[in-house]
Design a protein around this ligand. Structure first.
Ligand SMILES: NC(=O)c1ccc[n+]([C@@H]2O[C@H](COP(=O)([O-])OP(=O)(O)OC[C@H]3O[C@@H](n4cnc5c(N)ncnc54)[C@H](OP(=O)(O)O)[C@@H]3O)[C@@H](O)[C@H]2O)c1
Length: 344
């Protein structure tokens, strides 16, 4: 039986969903994959931290966290270590980085990942900031440390984008891609097509928990640009940043623009695209009117679609239907099982 000890950095929506998934899947993981996972450390920004080298009682922590905002003595394993101290000193095989996204710096995740790899831990991250800003540097650090850096959940949640190319399209070169990858803007555009104004559609996205309290990064195309940069860095072996992606968000669109597109038999989507040219990789994020037969045009609500253009397989299109937080947690589980399969 393989036993991996995990250090969680961040215990918000995604961290708690992952804890629930690991508890729910415990028996199946042992039976089908001959592995088990224990969590030896949990770091947060304001709730405090937990450390227990024998494994934190996640059931109890999840139960307690429902009624309080901070960890307490009832959780048994309170710790005053900072996240970087935990990463360096707590016995753990894998650091799971789940702190909030900062597109302009990649921090604090970037520092957490560098610290973890340098300390000889494998890293799994849900945070696209470091992959969009510093992938090559992190990949090289992982290689020189003999550790793995996995990040399936950074684009399209648990849907296997990076795994697809790495595991199932061997020998294919990615020539470019087109995708609808930001759920908030797609949901808003779909609502506006039904006649809602921009502000009504945004209010509905907030009510449904799809839009963040501060949705600027989505509306101005920054989140889409970060995903575009991450895909370019990893799948096209390049080195770019979100700022280098030509970017236009959806704020200038009104219902009239969408009605006009509808009269022409088109639908407007915020499209992320990149392609190899003689002058290097060209990348942009912009609202584009698409004919209805375009595979991206059928992306409804909070769903995502990505077409990869390959040299040997032609276009390959993937669609993820209305993902939730369970799919995000699954992304981490799939990376954990990748580690189990390939390393241990
Ligand atoms: N939610 C999704 O559907 C989804 C999908 C794909 C990817 N992701 C990515 O997953 C990551 C986590 O998302 P989330 O929804 O779980 O966010 P969240 O609910 O805001 O949780 C973030 C967690 O990180 C902790 N944190 C913040 N700054 C920290 C620091 N400097 N050191 C240690 N911990 C820190 C927070 O502490 P407190 O608890 O004290 O606030 C919280 O526990 C983000 O990068 C996000 O982009 C999320």
């Amino acid at each position: 039986m393989i036993h991996l000890r995990l250090c969680f950095i961040g215990f918000g929506h995604a961290g708690q969903a992952l804890a629930r998934l690991l508890l729910n899947q415990k028996e199946s993981l042992a039976r089908r994959h001959r592995c088990r996972f224990s969590v030896t450390a949990v770091a947060t920004r304001s709730r405090g931290g937990l450390v227990d080298a024998d494994g934190i009682d996640l059931e109890r922590v999840l139960e307690n966290i429902r009624s309080r905002n901070r960890f307490s003595t009832q959780d048994n394993s309170l710790s005053s270590l900072t996240p970087t101290e935990m990463i360096r000193t707590v016995p753990a095989d894998v650091v799971v980085e789940m702190t909030p996204l900062n597109i302009s710096t990649g921090e604090p995740a970037l520092t957490h990942i560098q610290t973890a790899l340098s300390a000889g831990r494998h890293v799994i991250t849900l945070n696209k900031g470091p992959i969009a800003r510093a992938y090559r540097k992190l990949r090289d650090l992982a290689e020189s440390s003999g550790k793995r850096l996995l990040f399936e959940g950074t684009v399209m949640d648990g849907f296997p984008v990076f795994n697809l190319v790495r595991e199932t399209l061997p020998g294919c070169r990615i020539l470019g891609f087109r995708g609808v990858l930001n759920s908030t803007t797609n949901f808003i555009l779909c609502e506006m097509e039904q006649g809602k104004s921009f502000s009504e559609a945004l209010a509905e996205a907030r009510r449904m928990g799809i839009a963040e309290a501060d949705p600027d990064q989505d509306l101005d195309g920054w989140d889409a640009a970060a995903k575009t940069a991450a895909l370019i860095n990893v799948l096209m072996d390049s080195s770019t940043t979100p700022e280098k992606v030509d970017r236009e968000g959806i704020r200038r669109l009104d219902t009239e623009d969408l009605e006009k597109a509808g009269r022409e038999g088109k639908t407007v989507k915020l499209v992320c695209e990149a392609r190899r040219t003689d002058d290097g990789i060209q990348a942009r994020v912009a609202p584009v009117p698409l004919v209805l037969s375009d595979p991206l045009a059928r992306t409804e609500g909070a769903s995502s679609t990505l077409t990869l253009f390959t040299d040997l397989m032609g276009p390959v299109t993937l669609t993820e239907e209305n993902p939730g937080i369970s799919q995000t947690a699954y992304a981490v589980l799939s990376d954990l099982l990748t580690l189990v399969r390939h390393i241990y």
